[in-house]
Write a protein that binds this ligand. Structure first.
Ligand SMILES: Cc1ncc(COP(=O)(O)O)c(C=O)c1O
Length: 490
């Protein structure tokens, strides 16, 4: 029996009141639908009986139309498999039904059309380096080490027992057992001071950034941004209408004194103090105190992006900024994208107690709530101990991969790649020599199957040329090979 693929049938339009026989109306409708691409080659069409029933007409005109369409080569019938659109429509038929403007091929505009200025400024250059999945794709965890057996057991457990509560609209703040599990985890591991009522589940921390922007700033208000910094945060705040103020980052983190000089009246500061993105530095204790003090005195907020603090290999582990803030000025963001996998799209935020209502409203306005199935699965994954075990395993693995990158860089790129911030996380950054264009290097590397992200694209102010290498998702062999390839790119 031939395999036919099912597709959606657009509603068939025939009108018994019109003075054209029904079989002709039907055959003309099918012809046009096929030629205009609404019905695809090989797509199954309804049986004559079903179509006649659906249209509430006799079966005879349907039979007549199908016979004619078969004779013309538009439809074909397979014994036992029904009738489908012909797999190959002759070219001379194709020309016949084309009209200059059809629903499936709307007229192409002559040039670019107006969109908002914000959208126009958001367009990124062509990111060729995102084409490859091996070394050194930023943000790719060691997926081959993911505990699939446990995870799929938990997914199927929850998929099998879907009661009504799991299928209706949920709480915008998130699934409360997960909020409790996260509050316990953050309290124990990151020194975050909160209870579950302050935890909100988000569809990734990108959404946490968007919610912050909508809840905390009004249009045109100024926000300090680490420079260089996380492009996702630039996008989220910029599209919400905030005015971004680039504040330089040095080895102690964001330069608070500079920020205070550049924009003393800013409404907020965005920081990644545990592992600055992209430079990898850790914000010093003195800078943390300075930042909290500035926020408290200026009625400003601090958005703390703690995206990969689970992985720390050297230096002193510092608790979260939120945990040291006596003024409740910090909104803390976290994500499961690094410790689990990015397609999970589950993140979380911890908000000051007095802002809980505002953040609930802001979160509700975004996408109502995060898909419940994975929230439930994630709760069990944490509560049954798999999460802590997985993090322990990955920490050892990433530490070994980090050593492999550092060794390979020392062997093949000594003096040509000045490494920054390799103490934590799943990626490191490095400066390129004067005059070397990082975008050009990234493009060249992409043609050799290596993904390295240009550092210059993380700047709002004057860019410096460098590369970000994500090593989490690359095996030691891929790392060695990747660095060797990279050494031929500049
Ligand atoms: C600095 C930073 N924040 C947040 C995220 C995670 O975002 P999400 O949870 O939306 O996947 C990333 C991911 O690359 C990141 O680099």
């Amino acid at each position: 029996m031939k395999r036919l693929h099912a597709g959606f049938l657009p509603s068939v339009a025939v009108d018994p009141a019109v003075d054209v026989p029904l079989y002709l109306q039907l055959s003309e409708w099918f012809r046009q639908a096929i030629l205009q691409g609404q019905l695809r080659p090989g797509q199954r069409v309804p049986s004559t009986r079903r179509l006649a029933d659906e249209l509430n007409i006799s079966r005879i005109p349907v039979l007549g139309a199908y016979e004619q369409l078969q004779a013309e080569g538009y439809l074909e019938t397979f014994t036992g498999a029904g009738t489908c659109v012909a797999r190959a429509i002759p070219d001379d038929l194709r020309g016949a039904g084309r009209s200059p403007r059809t629903p499936s091929s709307p007229g192409q505009p002559a040039g670019p059309r107006r969109v908002s200025q914000r959208a126009a400024r958001m367009r990124a250059p062509e990111q060729t380096w995102l084409a490859n999945q091996g070394a050194f794709r930023v943000g790719r965890p060691a997926l081959e080490q993911f505990p699939f057996a446990v995870w799929s057991k938990l997914v199927s457990r929850h998929a099998r027992h879907m009661n009504a509560d799991a299928m209706i609209y949920g709480d915008p703040a998130g699934y409360s057992p997960l909020r409790e599990a996260i509050a316990d985890y953050l309290g124990a591991v990151r020194g975050v001071r909160c209870d579950a009522t302050q935890v909100l589940i988000t569809t990734g921390s990108q959404q946490g950034l968007q919610i912050c922007a909508h809840v905390l700033f009004d249009h045109g208000e100024r926000v300090w941004m680490e420079d260089p910094g996380y492009p996702g945060a630039h996008q989220a705040f910029h599209t919400a209408g905030a005015q971004l103020v680039p504040v330089p980052v040095d080895e102690d983190g964001l330069d608070v004194a500079q920020g205070a000089r550049l924009a003393p009246d800013a409404r907020a500061a965005y920081v990644s103090p545990s592992h600055q993105f992209p430079l990898g530095t850790t914000m010093s204790a003195a800078r943390r105190m300075q930042l909290i003090d500035w926020a408290a005195r200026n009625d400003a907020w601090i958005v703390e992006d703690d995206y990969d603090s689970e992985y720390r290999f050297g230096g002193r582990p510092l608790a979260s900024l939120q945990g040291t803030d006596a003024h409740a000025r910090v909104i803390y963001l976290g994500t499961f994208s690094k410790v689990m996998f990015p397609a999970l799209r589950v993140g979380y935020m911890v908000v000051p107690r007095d802002l809980v209502r505002d953040f609930h409203a802001g979160r509700d306005a975004m996408d109502t709530f995060t898909s419940l199935l994975y929230q439930r699965v994630m709760t069990d994954f944490i509560r049954e101990g798999h999460f802590a075990r997985h993090i322990r395993g990955m920490r050892a693995l990433y530490q070994a991969r980090r050593s492999a990158v550092l060794d390979a860089l020392a062997e093949h790129l000594a003096g040509r790649f000045e490494v920054m911030g390799a103490d934590a996380g799943m990626q490191l950054a490095g400066w390129l020599p004067e005059g070397v264009d990082d975008v050009a290097v990234s493009r060249m590397a992409a043609t050799r199957g290596v993904s390295v992200r240009p550092l210059s694209l993380c700047y709002l102010g004057r860019p410096r040329s460098g590369l970000i290498l994500g090593y989490g998702g690359a095996s030691p062999e891929e790392i060695r090979e990747g660095v060797r390839e990279l050494s031929h790119c500049y």
